[in-house]
Design a protein around this ligand. Structure first.
Ligand SMILES: Cc1ncc(COP(=O)(O)O)c(C=O)c1O
Length: 400
């Protein structure tokens, strides 16, 4: 049967999200009755804090069910601006767009800044959707590999200097990082600043994991001298407040940015969900205690995993934030196999992740999805018991 649709070049340039593909596979296997330890998900395993849920219910009861003004309700935009000012960013409520999730905020940012052929620089390993969003906007990618530098940016600044030029349109910085957990030092961010100013580059600072940091301090890029007017700060409620399904995030940028991105926002999503925005005000205002409890729980799990890997001789570059760890799997016994077409041998990390789910019933994401072949990403948004179980199973199946 021939396909009746003539798909756009734009959509054919991208592949489905690799992380969602793995968690869908894990969910399918669970539905068939398998006991999968799913360490593929980028989702806190905590309930949304009660006060936020109550605020959402109250907003529904109060009839906050219609459209809101496109860029968001004033109290939420004001609370976001206040939060940003708290991290040293010069922010005003009318410089904010409230979006249905950080992903939409990023999508709107790429679409607003990138023309066909524009250069976008990513720091690898990079979260899966940056590449897809660049391609959807027609941009060309240049990449700097942080893997040889323990996933840190500071030791890779020389390489970044060689990569960016006056032709670069956009640089994407994500600290704390998904998938590595790395938190970039202030010196590294100052290095970014110097390059951005020298070459007149805009920078996305994706700060969605800013509340989940351990032995480091999060620095907002827009707070650095010279960065206020060229940073687009993207953030969201999914990770800090365990609100993944509520879909709430935001963009902050100075100047004309909000006016221009707001056109796309109003012609696509219209606005973020009304009662969810009210819950967002509560999240920003009264949830510090729950956020801290979750942060401490993640810290304990990270330390537990590091100890378990250490026991089995697996050396990991431990990040200071988010809830991810990249483990090296290129020395494993698992050999790459041919793909379905029989042409290309698969990267070892893909074979390793396949073996992990098929033989050990543990779901992880291949590093290749983040342009980091040879690694697998483990999410430790799971209980200590399940993390122990995962490591035991991987060991029992000779995968560690
Ligand atoms: C680095 C990063 N940015 C943005 C997002 C988007 O999150 P959401 O759309 O749930 O706010 C994610 C989600 O996994 C992420 O890991």
């Amino acid at each position: 049967m021939t396909d009746a649709y003539d798909f756009s070049d734009r959509i054919e340039r991208v592949a489905p999200s690799a992380t969602l593909a793995i968690s869908n596979l894990a969910a399918e296997k669970e539905a068939e009755g398998a006991d999968i330890v799913d360490l593929s998900v980028g989702e806190p395993d905590f309930d949304t804090p009660d006060n936020i849920v109550e605020a959402g219910k109250e907003a529904l009861d109060a009839g906050h069910t219609g459209y809101t003004s496109s860029n968001g309700i004033p109290p939420l935009k004001e609370a976001i601006a206040e939060k940003l000012r708290g991290t040293g960013v010069d922010a005003d409520a009318d410089e904010v767009i409230v979006t249905p999730g950080g992903k939409q905020a990023l999508y709107e940012t790429f679409q607003t800044l990138i023309d066909e052929g524009d250069e976008v620089v990513l720091l690898d390993p990079a979260w899966v959707s940056y590449e897809a969003m660049t391609k959807l906007a027609g941009g060309d990618l240049s990449r700097v590999d942080l893997a040889p530098h323990g996933f840190q940016l500071e030791p890779a600044l020389d390489e970044l200097t060689e990569t960016v030029s006056d032709d670069t349109e956009l640089l994407v910085v994500n600290s704390p990082s998904n998938p590595t957990g790395a938190v970039f030092s202030e010196a590294a961010l100052e290095g970014v600043r110097d390059l951005a100013v020298d070459h007149d580059i805009s920078v996305i600072s994706d700060e969605i994991y800013e509340r989940i940091v351990y032995d480091a301090e999060h620095v907002s890029l827009a707070s650095l001298d010279g960065m206020s007017d060229r940073t687009i700060t993207v953030n969201g409620f999914s990770k800090a407040y365990s609100m993944t399904g509520w879909r709430l995030g935001y963009i902050h940028a100075k100047g004309d940015f909000v006016g221009e991105a707001g056109k796309l926002h109003s012609h696509s999503v219209s606005c973020a969900v009304n009662f969810v925005q009210h819950a967002g005000v509560e999240a920003l205002s009264n949830t510090d205690e729950s956020v801290e409890e979750m942060r401490q729980a993640f810290a304990k799990r990270r330390d537990l995993l590091v100890d378990l890997f250490d026991e089995h001789g697996v050396d990991v570059d431990v990040g200071d934030g988010a809830f991810y760890m990249m483990i090296p799997v290129d020395d494993s016994e698992v050999q790459g196999t041919s793909d379905a077409s029989g042409d290309e041998p698969r990267a070892d990390d893909q074979a390793w992740c396949e073996a992990a789910i098929e033989e050990a019933s543990v779901a992880c994401v291949p590093g290749s999805a983040f342009n980091a072949p040879g690694y697998a990403r483990i999410s430790y948004a799971a209980s200590a018991e399940r993390l122990r179980e995962a490591v035991d199973r991987l060991v029992a199946n000779d995968l560690l």
